[in-house]
Structures are given as structure tokens and as C-alpha cells.
Design a protein around this ligand. Structure first.
Ligand SMILES: Nc1ncnc2c1ncn2[C@@H]1O[C@H](COP(=O)(O)OP(=O)(O)OP(=O)(O)O)[C@@H](O)[C@H]1O
Ligand SMILES: CC(=O)C(=O)O
Length: 501
């Protein structure tokens, strides 16, 4: 069949990542780069590496004004999940974004999952009296209040919650966005706080607040529900628009997940998968229960950094990813992966190292936030994620192969050796015939090192796969896509044509 023949390339410097086989052999059309190439496995690569050439790390893009028109290009570039963050933009905008993703799937044969992210309740600066950002100078005096003032005042911050100062003492530290600026509480006036800036910096729109005492977060329980009235309305809206997954912000414990799941199952909407966002100290305390109750998890490093000292986040990330691996739950590593690419066309070396580390830890997915939503280079940022994850995956596979080598020496007699070789090869190739979804799912999540070509007689229930997509596909083809639900039909070597029937 007319298999797509472009190479998985990027604008990323080629000296860092060796060109794929097709480029070396000159098979890659010269114009492809300029046109925005498909994230496909070329015939030449397939011949050289077999299924080992297939990337398994899923790429999540936050949809925002910067990429609304580029969604087809992002889908071609390997976007597997489109995330619509309901904190930003209005209903009409969200609807248009979701419909465009569904159109790509329905009309252009892509298989991009649609994720909505709830706003949740969080303490933040609702109005800081400035257009873009406000500078807090050293030793300047500020008033933090929940009362709305008629006109914006440059040194008055309007906080979104009237009990924000409950339990706060004079002398406590008020930290903005995990360290963008720091204040000390000098006086309590009713529920208002007068504060002095001790570490100057910037206050951005929707800046997040946290209070610290003796180097520890001041933990307070306001009894706010994880899902606000707005969140429930947003979820209803998402259901109407056909979402595949809901990322639940500020999950506190397993009950948050269970109640949403009960709600969905009462309405026969079990196909909508719930991803718990781990972004608070409380969620870390209840981590295991949350992971067990969820269909997947997001390490939301942005907000985690508001409640946890930044130097602890790498270890926390690794622990969460490992727990998810052990409990067989997909996990997304999110926030600031390529933050500098919001402005610049290339990433910092440290950012590439961060992306690679998440892949090395066997995160199932990595996510772009502002890079794709409001950045200047959404497609380039995606291509960096793609190239870095491909490279780290193949490196990890080679490493693991080395580790497996001694197994080949076990058998002594020739017939035993042959049987052993066959078994070992089958395991390494990850080929499995099964009727049971649980086995399929289990193997899928535990086989990051093998290509895992799975054949199932049932509809698979992998949390990433757009439900409408799975429902409409023939069983054998569906199962092929289970290896990488992001592949449009033309990308799978098993489905060499573009039409989907
Ligand atoms: N639909 C949108 N419209 C406008 N700007 C958006 C939109 N989605 C995201 N953004 C911008 O991209 C930035 C990063 O997106 P992201 O989803 O990480 O938001 P966030 O504010 O950090 O919220 P969260 O804590 O829920 O992730 C946001 O701060 C916002 O400026
Ligand atoms: C993604 C997100 O919500 C965060 O990192 O806070």
C-alpha cells in the first residue's frame, strides 16, 4: 500500500539527533520539512528497526490561541492528546477548539484524544491592577484583600477567596507563584493582610498565593469542594462536546475521583477517563489511593511548585511516575518542559535534559502548556518533544537489551537454546495474542522497552484512545492502534492506507 514515506524529522539540530534512515538514504522528500512532515515511521526505518522505531511516549498539547490554526500541523507532528484548559478562554472558544480536534479525527483520520482540564478552587490574585504584570519592589508595602475595589490600585492585590487570611499570623511569609516574589505579613486588618516585600519580583495575572511559616507551608482546610459549581457545568459541557478524558485539578483524595466516576457511570459514560492532577501537598499525602482510584495521573509540576519547595519536585516526579508504573496507570509529566520555547525557537539544554529524564523514567506522556497555547513556536516545541523522546526511548531500549543479554546463555543443550531464544524474542518483541483487555492494558503500560504489538479480540480500553475512534474501528485495526493511539490510520504499518473504513 502507499505507506507514508516521510521521515520523523524535526527542525531540531541534526548533530544532536542522528537523522533517520530514510534521510541518510536520501529517501526523504526535500520539501517535506518545509511542508510540516508527518510523524510517521518510514518504510526504510521500518525495514531497519522494525517496530522498535515507533515512539511510545505520548505528546500532549495544550490548545490555546497560538495553535488553534495549527492543530492539523500538530496532529501531523505527533500530538496524541489535545488539552483544553478551562481556566482560560470562554465557552465559545473551548467549543471551537474541541470541535476542531474532533473534526481532525472524523474527517482527516487522526486519532487525537480530547482532554479537558478543570479550573478547580485555588487561592490566587484575581486582579492585580495591572495589564500584564506588576513589579513588587524591595521593601514596598502592599495590601492583600478579598474586597473588590472600584478602581485598581497598584499596591492593592485582590485575592479571589474571602477567607484567604484565616489562620495566617503576622510574621508569616506570603509567596507568589512559588517564588516569583515574597512578602512578609506585617499586620492583619480584619481579613486583609498588610505585607512588606522581602524578595522583589513580578506578579503575573492569576498569580498563585501560598503562606509559609518556619520554612513549612501553612496548610489550611477551607472545606472547598474539588469540583466547584463552575467545574460541574464545565464537565457537562465537555461531555456534550465528546471529551475522552477529564484532568481533575486539585484532587485531595481518592473520594474526589470516585465521586466523579460514580457520576459518569450512572450516566453510562465510563468511557470518559479521569486523570488526577497531583499538584498539592494534600494530594501527595493521599497519593497511592488517588492513583488507584484514577484512570491516569498528571504530575502538575507548576502548581506543585507553589506548595512544595522546588528542589523536591524532581524526586517527587520520579516517585509518582514509578508508583504509576507499578500500579499500571498512565502518567503525564507536565509544565515548563520547554518553557523557553514560549519565546525562542530552540530549547535550553537543561530543558532537553528534563524532557529526556521524564521519558527515561517511563512517563507515558509529556505535555506542552504555554509552549503550545500561547508560545511563538508550538510546532517546533512539539518536534523537540518528539525528537527527544524518540532518542531517549531507543537509548533506553538499547540499554535494556544489554541487560538482557546474559539470559541468552542459560540453556546448555541446543534444542533448549532454540526454545529459549524463541521465547525471549517473543517477549522482547512484545507480541501477545490475548482476549483479555486487562492483559493488553497491563502489557501496554509495562512494555515501554518493547514494541508491544498487541492483538485483541475485544475493544481495547486504553485510557488514551478517543472513544468514538475505538468504537468506529474494526477490531483488528483498532488493536493495531492500541500500540500508539495517536497514529492516524496511515501511520500504522499494519494499516497502510489512509481511508478508515
Ligand atoms: N485557552 C486559552 N486561552 C488563552 N490563554 C491560554 C489558554 N490556555 C492556556 N493559556 C495560557 O497558557 C498558559 C499555560 O497554560 P496552562 O494550561 O499550563 O495554564 P495555567 O494557568 O498554568 O493553569 P493550570 O494550573 O491549570 O495548568 C496559561 O497561563 C495561559 O496564559
Ligand atoms: C498543569 C498544571 O496544572 C500545573 O502544572 O499546575
Amino acid at each position: 500500500g502507499p505507506m507514508a514515506t516521510s521521515a520523523a524529522t524535526s527542525s531540531f539540530p541534526s548533530y544532536l539527533f542522528p537523522p533517520p534512515a530514510s534521510r541518510r538514504s536520501g529517501a526523504r522528500p526535500a520539501r517535506a520539512a518545509a511542508e510540516g512532515v508527518m510523524d510517521v515511521v518510514s518504510e526504510a526505518e521500518l525495514r531497519e528497526k522494525g517496530f522498535m522505531g515507533m515512539r511510545k511516549t505520548k505528546l500532549v498539547c495544550t490548545v490555546g490561541p497560538a495553535c488553534m490554526d495549527a492543530l492539523p500541523a500538530l496532529a501531523r507532528g505527533g500530538m496524541g492528546v489535545a488539552r483544553v484548559n478551562l481556566c482560560h478562554g470562554g465557552r465559545d472558544w473551548h467549543r471551537a477548539a474541541m470541535r476542531e480536534v474532533r473534526r481532525l479525527n472524523d474527517e482527516e483520520g487522526f486519532c487525537v484524544s480530547l482532554m479537558v482540564d478543570t479550573e478547580g478552587s485555588q487561592l490566587l490574585v484575581a486582579d492585580h491592577g495591572g495589564a500584564a504584570s506588576v513589579k513588587a519592589e524591595d521593601c514596598s508595602e502592599w495590601l492583600f484583600t478579598s474586597k473588590k475595589t472600584d478602581k485598581a490600585h497598584p499596591i492593592t492585590m485582590h485575592v479571589n477567596f474571602d477567607k484567604f487570611s484565616e489562620g495566617i499570623l503576622v510574621g508569616d511569609e506570603l509567596v507568589i507563584d512559588g517564588g516569583m516574589a515574597t512578602f512578609q505579613v506585617t499586620e492583619k486588618i480584619g481579613s486583609d493582610l498588610r505585607c512588606k516585600c522581602t524578595d522583589p519580583g513580578l506578579l503575573l495575572p492569576r498569580a498563585k498565593l501560598s503562606f509559609w511559616r518556619d520554612g513549612k507551608l501553612v496548610e489550611r482546610n477551607f472545606g472547598l469542594p474539588t469540583l466547584s459549581t463552575k467545574d460541574w457545568a464545565d464537565i457537562e459541557f465537555g461531555i456534550t462536546e465528546g471529551v475522552d478524558c477529564i484532568a481533575l485539578s486539585f484532587v485531595k483524595d481518592a473520594n474526589d475521583i470516585k465521586s466523579l466516576k460514580t457520576y459518569l457511570s450512572r450516566r453510562s459514560l465510563e468511557h470518559i477517563k479521569i486523570f488526577a492532577k497531583i499538584e498539592s501537598l494534600e494530594s501527595l499525602k493521599n497519593l497511592k489511593g488517588i492513583v488507584e482510584a484514577s484512570d491516569g495521573v498528571m504530575v502538575a509540576r507548576g502548581d506543585l511548585g507553589v506548595q512544595v519547595p522546588l528542589e523536591q519536585i524532581p524526586a517527587i516526579q520520579e516517585a509518582i511516575v514509578e508508583l504509576c508504573r507499578n500500579l499500571n496507570k498512565p502518567v503525564i509529566v507536565a509544565s515548563q518542559l520547554l518553557e523557553s520555547m514560549v519565546e525562542y525557537p530552540t530549547p535550553t539544554r537543561a530543558e532537553v535534559a528534563d524532557v529526556s529524564e521524564a521519558v527515561r523514567q517511563y512517563a507515558d506522556a509529556i505535555m506542552l502548556s504555554a509552549e503550545s497555547a500561547i508560545g511563538a513556536f508550538p510546532e517546533k516545541a512539539l518536534s523537540v518533544l518528539r525528537a527527544a523522546s524518540e532518542r531517549m526511548e531507543s537509548w533506553s531500549r538499547e540499554e535494556n537489551m544489554q541487560r538482557h543479554l546474559p539470559q541468552y546463555q542459560l540453556a546448555i543443550a541446543l534444542p533448549d537454546r532454540i526454545s529459549e531464544q524463541i521465547c525471549t524474542s517473543a517477549v522482547e518483541m512484545g507480541i501477545l495474542f490475548s482476549c483479555a483487555n486487562s492483559i493488553i492494558s497491563n502489557l501496554f503500560h509495562s512494555s515501554k522497552n518493547s514494541p508491544a504489538v498487541l492483538y485483541s479480540m475485544q475493544q481495547t480500553t486504553l485510557p488514551w484512545t478517543p472513544s468514538s475512534f475505538t468504537q468506529s474501528m474494526a477490531t483488528w485495526r483498532r488493536s493495531c492502534h492500541a500500540t500508539d493511539p495517536t497514529l492516524p490510520s496511515s501511520r500504522s504499518p499494519m494499516t497502510p492506507t489512509r481511508e478508515r473504513a
